[in-house]
Write a protein that binds this ligand. Structure first.
Ligand code: ADP
Ligand code: ASP
Ligand code: MG
Length: 405
C-alpha cells in the first residue's frame, strides 16, 4: 500500500470520456489498496479561453480578478473528477487549493507556495476517500484566491507530494515522458528514461512546457522524485531525480524552443552608473521576470549612450512597457522597441561541463542553416540563443539532428 499523488493535465481531463478514463486509472490504484491524491488541471483550452474573455473586457485586468477568474477552470474539473469516481462507486471528495491548505504569498497570477497544511487531506484519506485537489491555485493568509503561474498544477502536485510525504508522484500528460525535444516539433525526438533535476529545470525554463519550471525547482529543493508519463497508455515514463555519475557521459540531454518571449530594447540610454540598476529594479518590483540582458555601446555621435536589450515573457510585455514608459523622464532614453517575433533556442546537458566545442558546434549548425543569432547566453549546463521566431522550429530540428540525431 502506497500513498500516491497523481496529477492529470489539461488534455488528460479534456472531455468527459477522458475524465472517466482518469477515474478508471485511479480506481486501479485504489483496488491495490493505495491511497490516492489526485491533482487536476482545467480542461484543455479552458484557461486560455478565460484569459481571452477577460481581455475582451479590458486589456490589463487587475491580477486579483484574473486569479478569481482563472481558478474556476480547475474548480470545474475537481467536481467532475469526483463525480466520475462516484460513478465507479468510489468515495471521493474534491477540494479547492484553499480547502486543501495551500497557502501562498500575495503575488497574484504567479504566487509562490509558502506553506501547506495537509490536515484536511490526511483526514479525508484516512476516512477512505480519494482526495481531488484543484491544481494551480492557493490562497493568501487573508483569504484571497491566488494562482501559481501557467502550468502551475505541476507545482501543486509536487508540493503536495512533499507535504504529505507521498511514496510516489506521477505527472500524467499527453506524451509518454520527457523527450530530447518537443516530439510535436522534432519527429526524431527520443524519450529519456531519466533526467536530472537541473537538466529538467533548464529545459522547462527554456520552453519545454512538459513541466512547469517552478515545480521542478521545488522538486529539487525538497528531493521529490517524480515520473512524467502518459495518461493514455501504461508505458513507463521518465524519472526526474538527482544527478547520478554517469549522466555526464551524455553531452546534450535535450533541445528546447521558447516561443513565449519578447525582446525589449531601450535605444540610446545615457551611459552612466545606476541606469541598469534603476530599470531592472522597477521591473523586478512589478514582479516581471527578466531573462537575457545585453547592453551595447552605440557608436553614434553626441553623448555616450548604450542600447539595452532584454527578454521577458510575452504576457508581461504590456506591463513591462508601462514600467519602462514611466521611467522615460528620469532616465532619458530615445525610444523603446518591442519585438515579439523572437524564439529562444537552447541546448541543455550536464555533460557540457566536461566536453568542449559545444557552443561552436551549435553556432556552426545555425550558420549552415542561415539562421542569424540575436543574443547569446550560457550557463554551465546550457547555451541559449535568440533567433527569428519564423526560423525557430527548423533551427530546432537542425540543432537536434546535429547533437542527438
Ligand atoms: P499538461 O496539460 O498535461 O500539463 P502540457 O501541454 O503542459 O501538458 O505539456 C505536455 C506537452 O509538452 C506535450 O504535448 C509536448 O508537446 C510538450 N513538450 C515540450 N517539450 C517537450 C519535451 N522535451 N518532452 C515532452 N514533451 C514536450
Ligand atoms: N490550467 C492552468 C494552465 O493552463 C494550470 C495547468 O494546466 O497546470 O496554465
Ligand atoms: Mg502543463
Amino acid at each position: 500500500m502506497a500513498l500516491i499523488v497523481q496529477k492529470f493535465g489539461g488534455t488528460s481531463v479534456g472531455n468527459p470520456e477522458r475524465i472517466k478514463n482518469v477515474a478508471r486509472r485511479v480506481a486501479r490504484y485504489r483496488a491495490q489498496g493505495d491511497q490516492v491524491v489526485v491533482v487536476v488541471s482545467a480542461m484543455s483550452g479552458v484557461t486560455d479561453g478565460l484569459i481571452k474573455l477577460a481581455r475582451e473586457i479590458m486589456p490589463l485586468p487587475t491580477e486579483r480578478e484574473m486569479d478569481m477568474l482563472l481558478a474556476t477552470g480547475e474548480q470545474t474539473t475537481i467536481a467532475l473528477t469526483a463525480m466520475a469516481l462516484h460513478a465507479l462507486d468510489l468515495a471521493a471528495v474534491s477540494l479547492t487549493g484553499s480547502q486543501a491548505g495551500i497557502l501562498t504569498d500575495d503575488v497574484h497570477t504567479k504566487a509562490k507556495i509558502q506553506d501547506i497544511d495537509p490536515k484536511e487531506i490526511h483526514s479525508l484519506l484516512d476516512a477512505g476517500n480519494v482526495v481531488i485537489v484543484a491544481g494551480f491555485q492557493g490562497r493568501t493568509a487573508d483569504g484571497r484566491i491566488t494562482t501559481l503561474g501557467r502550468g502551475g498544477s505541476d507545482l501543486t502536485a509536487i508540493a503536495l507530494a512533499a507535504a504529505i510525504k507521498a511514496d510516489l508522484c506521477q505527472i500524467y500528460t499527453d506524451v509518454d515522458g520527457v523527450y530530447t525535444a518537443d516530439p510535436r516539433i522534432v519527429p526524431g525526438a527520443r524519450k529519456l528514461p531519466e533526467i536530472s533535476y537541473d537538466e529538467m529545470l533548464e529545459l522547462a525554463s527554456l520552453g519545454a512546457k512538459v513541466m512547469q519550471s517552478r515545480s521542478v525547482e521545488f522538486a529539487k529543493k525538497f528531493g521529490v522524485v517524480f515520473e512524467v508519463r502518459s495518461s493514455l497508455n501504461d508505458n513507463p515514463g521518465t524519472i526526474v531525480k538527482e544527478e547520478t555519475q554517469n549522466m555526464e557521459d551524455v553531452v546534450i540531454r535535450g533541445v528546447s524552443l521558447d516561443k513565449n518571449q519578447a525582446k525589449i530594447t531601450l535605444v540610446a540610454v545615457p551611459d552612466r552608473p545606476g541606469v541598469a540598476a534603476r530599470v531592472f529594479k522597477a521591473i523586478g518590483e512589478a514582479a516581471i521576470n527578466v531573462d537575457m540582458i545585453v547592453q551595447n555601446i552605440s557608436h553614434g555621435s553626441g553623448q555616450p549612450a548604450t542600447d539595452l536589450s532584454f527578454t521577458v515573457d510575452k504576457p508581461d510585455l504590456l506591463k513591462t512597457r508601462k514600467v519602462i514608459d514611466a521611467l522615460r523622464g528620469e532616465i532619458g532614453y530615445e525610444e523603446v522597441i518591442a519585438d515579439e517575433n523572437i524564439g529562444k533556442l537552447s541546448i541543455v546537458g550536464v555533460g557540457m561541463r566536461s566536453h568542449s566545442g559545444v557552443a561552436a558546434k551549435m553556432f556552426e549548425t545555425l550558420a549552415s542553416e542561415g539562421v542569424n543569432i540575436g543574443m547569446i547566453s550560457t550557463s554551465e549546463i546550457k547555451i541559449s540563443v535568440v533567433i527569428d521566431l519564423a526560423r525557430g522550429e527548423a533551427a530546432m530540428r537542425a540543432v537536434h539532428a546535429a547533437f542527438l540525431g
